[in-house]
Design a protein around this ligand. Structure first.
Ligand code: BDR
Ligand code: CA
Length: 309
């Protein structure tokens, strides 16, 4: 089993990612930490506690920062709704929030780990960036960081920036320049990692209380993200499960295609702040620092998700 710490901001696609991570036999989730992003810290914490409780997993869930390094928090309630889970009600949590902070808990898990731990980060990079700045000595205990964020081409919150990177680009830059192996599931690949209508119908047909809840969340998600003629297929026709890629890669990297590139964050552009500058033509004369994914075997990816339902 691969030991993993998950940092996330649930969030509809975060919940799908948590389900796969918590239920898959190859993954051992040591800790979940919450990053303010899709909704406020308070709400994403509530969602994480309730969802893990709902699927019957007992795992430590520790609270991260309320806001980015230096910017104001921007949330994605337009996509994920007022609660962060598209209005789907989950029962009160049976798991209690950890009494330590995200950083304290991550430090402890890493210090005790017998083998290097994989970090999976599917919200803004605030907590992971803070950990790396405060405890550079713990890099030796981190095997790799699999992130959902960024894009070599295009954005979804501005023309050039993807949401997680846009919210806290300064923290993201700490992660990118950490010297650790980074795997980037950006929009280049996550736009190809979708459920089509027949997958959504198949999910409904499973007909368990859990799949009914998931179906309800996805019904809200469908079409909530805007559309663009530069996207094929359109958002209104498919459901892109961005965050799922970051954990799916850890379970089975052969699902994906990618290559190593130099990546750095745009932190000051007046129109491009939060963009991941990916040297995809290799003309910046810099050693690669990130394994950037650009392709996915979609049907196998969807089958992996269904395997835990
Ligand atoms: C990312 O932004 C969030 O809204 C999603 O949960 C995902 O992590 C996609 O850009
Ligand atoms: Ca997310």
């Amino acid at each position: 089993k691969t030991p993993v710490i998950i940092d996330c901001d649930p969030g509809i696609d975060d919940v799908m990612m948590l389900l796969l991570g918590l239920r898959h036999d190859d993954i051992d989730v040591k800790l979940i930490t919450t990053s303010a992003g899709n909704q406020t810290q308070e709400k994403v914490m509530t969602n994480a506690l309730r969802f893990a409780s709902y699927i019957g997993e007992d795992v430590e869930i520790a609270r991260g920062a309320d806001k980015p390094f230096i910017r104001d928090l921007m949330i994605a309630d337009d996509v994920h709704g007022e609660s962060g889970l598209g209005g789907v009600e989950l029962p009160e949590a049976t798991i209690k929030e950890s009494d330590r902070t995200a950083i304290q808990a991550m430090v402890d898990v890493l210090q005790r780990a017998e083998e290097p731990v994989t970090l999976v980060a599917t919200g803004p990079m605030t907590n992971v960036g803070a950990l790396l700045l405060a405890h550079p000595e713990l890099k030796a205990k981190i095997k790799q960081i699999s992130i959902m964020g960024g894009a070599a081409r295009g954005g979804n919150v501005t023309p050039h920036a993807e949401f997680n990177m846009y919210v806290d680009p300064e923290a993201a830059e700490v992660v990118m320049q950490s010297g650790l192996p980074i795997i980037m599931s950006g929009l280049d690949v996550t736009h190809k990692a979708y459920l089509n209508q027949s997958d959504v119908d198949a999910l409904k047909e499973v007909g368990t209380p859990l799949t009914d809840k998931l179906h309800g969340m996805l019904a809200h998600y469908m079409g909530a993200q805007g559309d663009s003629p530069f996207l094929e297929p359109y958002y209104s026709d498919v459901l892109r499960l961005h965050d799922l890629c970051a954990i799916a890669y850890i379970i089975d990297p052969t699902l994906f295609h990618g290559d190593d590139y130099y990546v750095t964050m745009e932190t000051s552009g007046s129109k491009t702040a939060g963009a991941t500058v990916v040297d995809h033509m290799r003309n910046m004369n810099h050693e690669p620092n990130v394994h950037v994914l650009y392709g996915v075997e979609r049907e196998r990816f969807v089958n992996l998700f269904f395997s835990v339902l």
